[in-house]
Design a protein around this ligand. Structure first.
Ligand code: FEO
Length: 394
């Protein structure tokens, strides 16, 4: 994509990564991503907001060249993670007079991560401003979205918010601005679930603070820009503030079909009781889809056979992630089959210290499930329906 104009003298100059399929060697990127960088030309000074991932460093000078940028005064580093800071050393080499503007903590991290000399930095406090002549940049400290050093940058005169990762989406698209809101909603929700969900309480505070600002454009550092900011602000409000919904998430593994049979019966029982269900076979599940489903759910029921005296390793992986992502789920249970014993429930229960959940009576059956086991699954479905109703999740 060529440069994109946001306002007079304000341009997107980033990179679209159509082919990337994994982030942090963990997060699936089915739709690629982008590393959005922006340039703001004031009457007196020029600033770049964030850079691009090291793998696409060549895109940034190409775009700056298209705009004839031969002097940069400031590089605003909202966030130290390398997908935005990776090209910073290159930019500083090309524009040696540029100063890096960031929070004090971000300065320390950029020195650690990229070995940028200390004298290159100017640190800013919350609500500090820098004038570009006819334009003003205001810095809003916003720790823990999703690292501790993060800040947002607000371009006052044009009412553009540059929030870096916050409000972003891993989506490679030729639409510089959001056109298909449903497509972007899905990608942004997935991004929220994978990256931001553990920091819900911090994000609640940041959303409250942002009410002070008049915002015409939100220009994040991943995915398309929002010319209708309320679309993404409203989505975030619902993800961080709303109560969970009448939904059960059922990640499971079956080795020889017994747990599968229990899952099938249980899903049917939940549906008959008017409960929404999302079932994930962990041998083939896109872990990002599972994370996204956790944003709204009230209950997780894990299906696992007992293997080597405990849960299946794929189930352990999923439960570890669920605990780390800190969704707002309220109830957890376990169903599954065992051959001769084990500590499956104890092991899984001990893996959820971050979640304030009630563990509901598990249903474990010896071998293939029989009528008594199906009755127990029905009872568990009854309990979940009652708990959801008592908590007004229905
Ligand atoms: Fe997009 Fe936290 O980096």
């Amino acid at each position: 994509m060529s440069v994109v104009k946001l306002a007079e003298g304000v341009y997107w100059v980033g990179a679209i990564d159509w082919n990337r399929r994994l982030f942090d060697s963990l997060i699936p990127l089915p739709d690629g991503t982008s590393y959005n960088s922006y340039i703001i030309r004031g009457k007196e000074k020029t600033a770049i907001i964030d850079t691009v991932d090291t793998s696409m460093t060549h895109e940034l000078p190409k775009h700056l060249g298209q705009l004839g940028i031969n002097k940069v005064d400031y590089v605003i580093a909202n966030h130290a993670e390398q997908d935005h800071s990776g090209s910073l050393p290159h930019v500083l080499e090309k524009y040696p007079e540029a100063k890096v503007i960031c929070t004090p903590r971000c300065k320390d991290m950029l020195i650690d991560l990229l070995m940028i000399p200390s004298e290159k930095f100017v640190t800013v406090n919350d609500k500090d401003t820098i004038s570009l002549g006819n334009r003003t940049l205001e810095f809003i400290h916003a720790p823990w979205v999703h690292w501790p050093e993060t800040m947002l940058t607000y371009l006052r005169e044009d009412r553009v918010l540059f929030p870096c990762d916050l409000f972003g989406s891993h989506l490679a698209t030729s639409d510089a601005f959001v056109k298909d809101e449903w497509l972007v909603y899905e990608a942004a929700k997935r991004y929220f679930a994978e990256i931001m969900m553990p920091f819900r309480s911090n994000i609640q505070k940041h959303l409250e603070r942002l009410k002070e600002y008049k915002i015409d454009i939100i220009a994040p550092s991943h995915g398309p820009m929002y010319s209708r900011p309320d679309f993404i602000l409203q989505a975030y409000r619902s993800w961080v503030f709303d109560e969970p919904k009448n939904i059960v998430i059922l990640p499971y593994i079956s080795m020889h079909g017994s747990t599968q049979k229990m899952v099938e019966h249980f899903v049917e029982a939940l549906m008959q009781r008017g409960i929404g269900v999302k079932q994930f076979d962990l041998t083939v599940t896109d872990i990002g889809k599972l994370a996204m489903s956790l944003v709204d759910a009230a209950t997780v029921v894990v299906g696992t056979p007992t293997v080597l005296a405990g849960p299946h390793p794929n189930v352990i992986h999923a439960v570890f992630l669920a605990n780390a992502l800190r969704p707002k789920i309220k109830f957890v249970s376990v169903i599954g089959s065992y051959g001769w014993g084990g500590r499956t429930v104890e092991v899984l229960s001990s893996m959820l210290p971050n979640l304030k959940v009630e563990i509901l009576e598990p249903v474990l059956c010896k071998g293939y499930p029989r009528e008594a086991d199906f009755n127990s699954l029905d009872k568990l479905a009854d309990t979940i329906a009652r708990k959801h109703k008592e908590n007004n999740f229905v």
